[in-house]
Design a protein around this ligand. Structure first.
Ligand SMILES: [Zn+2]
Length: 416
């Protein structure tokens, strides 16, 4: 049982020197590790996920879902397309059409693959009579969105046409907006620490010239000042760039850099007075709510591309495609090793067995060098029924019950 399907683990050092980082191009490593691939018959910018990639992705999605739940978010699900009129109402049609797929005609109506989740969430807000007591209402969704990128700019997972976006919208009273922007930055910074991501810089993305941006100078001035004040209060150095805002409002963008120094936006927080107006949102006991748009980890594709490069395939235990490999010393320990594998799987670990017919213990350890926990089963472990945990850096974590190993392999410790 190969640890990473189709992969050749063991070819890399764990020392992430600069040179090594450059070798960690996610497109090469992602294919070698069995994370993702593409097929010209599906099309460029439309990668698919292989088993190891789906495992990493599920671990991250579960973590973000739990982080949001703990911070007062309610999760929703909405369709990946909507009628053209929806995007005319939201303003996308007027300001963002060149990035959208053309409409599909079905039963005399035009449908568009959605360029963002915001309009659906605005309608979900509007679907019930809202009271000031319900605010702030925090809705989150991991959902598909689509961008008609030209084929020349597409590559691997970092630039794609179909994006699974970690999105969320906080509907709140205007006087509460700054607090909610700051709370969103708390979430982003907590998630980055857990994922092992270091921001390249914070960018305050402002309105630029032209019809791409809603023409309402007072609205822009108000929302830009709000975001700037939050950044300053938090002591976050940032650059301000004109022309990088959303069409409806300014953004705090948290930029990451790839090994070659190319920057892209991962996480974002935006304050929006425009869409609440367009969708005529309201609540009892107040006037119009503000929409704080936020993405904690951005699109899953770009996030995983970055994580492959940052960790060089040696993912933190909680998100590793395979968390534990069971290594019987010889065929004599195979029954005990099979039992240990079963207990690992039942405890929630992603685990595999590498029996003795795969080679010497040293060879099997090398083949699984990216797996965080290597559980060697010899006569002593057969007798004790516990696992002797070897770490991938060669260190020993000692004997421990499988449940304890599973608990420390979760992003929130014993919960999750
Ligand atoms: Zn949004």
């Amino acid at each position: 049982m190969a640890c990473f399907p189709g992969g050749r683990p063991g070819a890399w050092s764990f020392a992430l020197s600069q040179e090594r980082m450059i070798m960690n191009d996610h497109r090469r490593l992602g294919r070698e590790l069995g994370i993702f691939d593409t097929d010209p018959l599906i099309g460029s910018g439309l990668p698919y996920w292989l088993p190891a990639g789906s495992a990493v992705r599920k671990a991250i999605e579960d973590y973000v879902h739990e982080l949001e739940r703990r911070n007062g978010y309610q999760h929703v699900n909405s369709p990946v397309l909507g009628k053209r009129e929806l995007y005319e109402r939201s303003g996308h049609w007027a300001h963002y059409a060149e990035d959208m797929f053309p409409p599909m005609l079905v039963g005399g109506e035009e449908f568009v693959l959605r360029p963002s989740l915001c309009p659906h969430h605005a309608l979900i807000y509007r679907s019930r009579r809202r009271s000031h007591r319900e605010l702030p209402l925090r809705l989150a969704e991991l959902g598909g969105m689509y961008r008609s990128e030209p084929s020349g700019v597409l590559g691997g997972l970092s630039r794609v046409r179909a994006i699974q976006l970690n999105d969320g919208h906080v509907f709140c009273a205007p006087e509460r907006a700054a607090e909610e922007v700051s709370a969103a930055l708390d979430l982003i910074e907590a998630a980055h620490a857990r994922l092992g991501i270091r921001a390249a810089r914070y960018r305050l993305s402002l309105r630029g010239e032209g019809a791409k941006f809603v023409d309402d100078p007072g609205m822009w001035a108000r929302s830009e000042a709000l975001l700037r004040d939050v950044l300053n209060e938090r002591g976050r150095d940032h650059d301000e760039e004109r022309g990088e805002g959303a069409f409806y409002g300014p953004k705090i963008d948290i930029q990451i850099a790839d090994p070659a120094g190319r920057e892209s936006t991962l996480s974002t927080v935006q304050v929006d007075y425009f869409q609440p107006e367009r969708f005529d949102l309201g609540y009892v006991g107040g006037e119009r709510p503000v929409m704080v748009h936020r993405s904690v980890v951005g699109g899953i594709e770009r996030l995983v591309a970055h994580l492959i490069e940052v960790h060089g395939g040696a993912f933190p235990a909680w998100m590793a495609p395979v968390q534990a490999v069971v290594l019987p010393l010889s065929d004599a320990e195979l029954p005990a090793a099979s039992d240990l594998l079963r207990r690992c799987l039942e405890a929630g670990l992603r685990a595999e067995l590498a029996p003795a017919d795969r080679g010497s213990l040293g060879a099997r350890i090398r083949a699984h060098r990216l797996v965080p926990y290597q559980l060697v089963v010899g006569p002593r472990e057969v007798a004790s029924g516990r696992a002797a945990v070897r770490l991938r850096d060669g260190g020993q974590a000692g004997e421990m019950p499988v449940e304890q190993l599973a608990a420390q392999s979760r992003p929130f410790g014993s919960i999750g």
